[in-house]
Design a binder for this molecule. Structure first.
Ligand code: NAD
Length: 233
């Protein structure tokens, strides 16, 4: 049976694909305050702004390509059972070919009914507009977990982390709750690696080996070493 490597990825993993991280510019996300575009009250106050914000994120995602870090994680599947748990809402892991990706915070490629069913639908193209309804006639919203909403995939993510033989954390500031608590469920003695050019004390938990480098450089090297057996799992 293949050994399981769990990879927790965040916005920094997609930075070298040209998608800006969240905390690039003084806590603003693409020049917007989070409260204006990524909360349930923003949706109730100004759904047009929220829809347009995510339309732009979706368009940007479709113009971006997976980078060397995403591709390295696909290559890792040759020898390991790779489980990616991502805070990212883009689809760059899937487009790199990774087969096992859990999106903690939802997916730009999907929409959700605001009606009682909460059904999720695939979205073709980049635009979701006011008046786009589910088959039961309810407005569709982005399939995104907004700040203040439940992270329904959290229990599944915890189960995956608990089964790991190694954990790699890439490109997340470890500031977004509850995703930042996942590392606590890593079994004792399981090695933890962190890749983040701005790693700080939040990343040093569990005696992690910290590489203060960009994902596009450090991930291919670490994956190479894992496939060669130079780093043990
Ligand atoms: P964050 O923006 O809080 O932190 C990004 C981290 O990535 C920082 O620690 C930064 O030092 C690091 N980083 C920057 N460039 C890097 C690189 N080239 N290689 C490796 N690391 C790099 O991101 P977060 O912790 O993921 O939290 C952001 C929230 O915003 C999440 O909820 C996420 O859903 C959302 N978001 C998603 C995307 C996306 O899907 N691509 C982009 C922006 C924000």
């Amino acid at each position: 049976m293949k050994r399981q490597i769990t990879v927790l990825t965040g916005a920094g993993t997609s930075a070298e694909s040209g998608i800006r991280t969240f905390r690039d510019a003084d806590g603003l996300w693409e020049d917007h305050r989070v409260e204006d575009v990524a909360t349930p009250s923003a949706w109730h106050r100004n759904p047009h702004l929220v829809l347009e914000f995510y339309n732009q994120r979706r368009k940007q995602m479709m113009e971006a390509l997976p980078n060397a870090g995403h591709l390295a994680l696909k290559a890792l599947e040759e020898q390991f059972d790779v489980r990616i748990i991502t805070q990212n809402v883009d689809d760059l892991h899937e487009r790199a070919g990774s087969t096992n990706v859990l999106h903690l915070h939802g997916e730009l490629r999907k929409t959700r009914s605001t009606g009682p069913s909460n059904n999720v639908y695939k979205l073709d193209g980049w635009q979701l507009n006011w008046g786009d309804n589910c088959p039961q006639g309810h407005q569709l919203r982005p399939h995104i977990v907004w700040f203040g909403e439940d992270v329904v995939e959290m229990d599944n993510a915890i189960r995956i982390v608990m089964q790991s033989n190694m954990v790699i954390i890439v490109g997340t500031s470890m500031q977004v709750y509850p995703a930042n608590g996942l590392i606590r469920y890593t079994p004792e003695h399981v090695p933890v690696w962190v890749i983040d050019p701005n790693a700080n004390e939040l990343h040093s938990q569990r005696n992690a080996t910290v590489l203060k480098e960009k994902a596009g450089l450090a991930l291919p090297r670490l994956v190479h070493d894992l496939l060669q057996g130079a780093v043990e799992v």
